[in-house]
Ligand binder design. Structure first.
Ligand SMILES: Cc1ncc(C[n+]2csc(CCOP(=O)(O)OP(=O)(O)O)c2C)c(N)n1
Length: 278
């Protein structure tokens, strides 16, 4: 359970991640807004309170790792890493521009602190299992956190990786499903209903839990839980576009192109929430 000081710090961090991502979109004019905003809270808890990382030594042996398999949420990851001090904050505003180290999708060869290249949905899951297994084999005390989209899990590869994670008891890998109910062009339920995700992961042999993915206390408890023999899967009930009212209320909020004034308006809302926290 978070104490009140820590909770406030994480609330602020989540807002700063949202602000960072929106500033990136503003600089580029467009981007994957909805799916970046829905993971801001989990990223805040991971980078603010859970993960063992060193911004001065991004490849530190024994660090915890993040694989954002829904690689289009890169802008939120970059904001979290910038705030953490991996690189100058201003750099993230080169998002998706020629020659940038901040492409629209995560690239481990470009961005310090990004642990795996992703973007082709599904593939990050198998890569994360391999990374976590490698750590186990090497006897490293490190965990890998894997963020997967609820649309992404339509990819068959995801279930192969899930079966392998549970079957081989890769319990230093934590699966985080961003269940924001939407994918690129509609509701996940309409495109291919995922059914009861917790039951599915349990059936595969996970210790699975379903939480409010924007509730910092619930996130902290789930992410700091010591895994037993079974690996942990956390189904995060989230909202696509979370934290910016207009985005939450826009049906088609996967990739958005907005005029500068709109981004400024979103930033004003987020900054006033941040100010209110003191
Ligand atoms: C293999 C593959 N197929 C298609 C795409 C195009 N694509 C990018 S994001 C996306 C939707 C993903 O939905 P979800 O995982 O729910 O992401 P979120 O809603 O959280 O942004 C699709 C189909 C892709 N990147 N990779």
């Amino acid at each position: 359970m978070l104490d009140s000081g820590m909770k406030k710090d994480l609330q602020k961090l989540a807002l700063k991640i949202r602000i960072g991502a929106v500033e990136e979109f503003k600089a580029r004019g467009f981007g994957h807004v909805g799916g970046s905003l829905s993971v801001a809270d989990v990223l805040a808890v991971l980078y603010g309170a859970v993960m063992k990382v060193d911004p001065k030594d991004p490849k530190m042996e024994g660090r915890d790792k993040l694989v954002c398999s829904k690689g289009h949420a890169g802008p939120a990851v970059y904001a979290a890493l910038a705030i953490k001090g991996f690189f100058p904050y201003e750099d993230i505003k080169t998002l998706n521009q020629p020659g940038t180290d901040f492409p629209s999708h995560c690239d481990r060869n470009k961005t310090p602190g990004v642990d795996m290249t992703t973007g082709s949905l599904g593939q990050g899951t198998s890569l994360a299992v391999g990374m976590a297994m490698g750590d186990k084999i090497k006897g490293r005390d490190s965990r890998t956190f894997l963020i997967v989209g609820d649309g992404e899990i339509d990819e068959g590869q995801v279930w192969e990786a899930a079966m392998f994670t549970a079957g081989k008891k890769v319990n230093n890998l934590v699966w985080l499903i961003d269940n924001n109910k939407k994918q690129l062009d509609g509701y996940t339920e309409d495109i291919l209903d995922t059914g009861d995700l917790r039951a599915k992961f349990e059936a595969f042999g996970f210790d699975a839990v379903r939480i409010d993915g924007s509730d910092l206390d619930q996130l902290y408890d789930a992410l700091t839980k010591q895994a037993g023999e079974k690996p942990i899967a956390v189904i995060l009930d989230t909202v696509k576009g979370k934290g910016v009212k207009e985005v939450e209320e826009t049906m088609s909020n996967h990739s958005m192109t907005m005029p500068e004034e709109t981004y400024d308006q979103w930033l004003a809302e987020l900054n006033s929430e941040l100010d209110a926290l003191g």
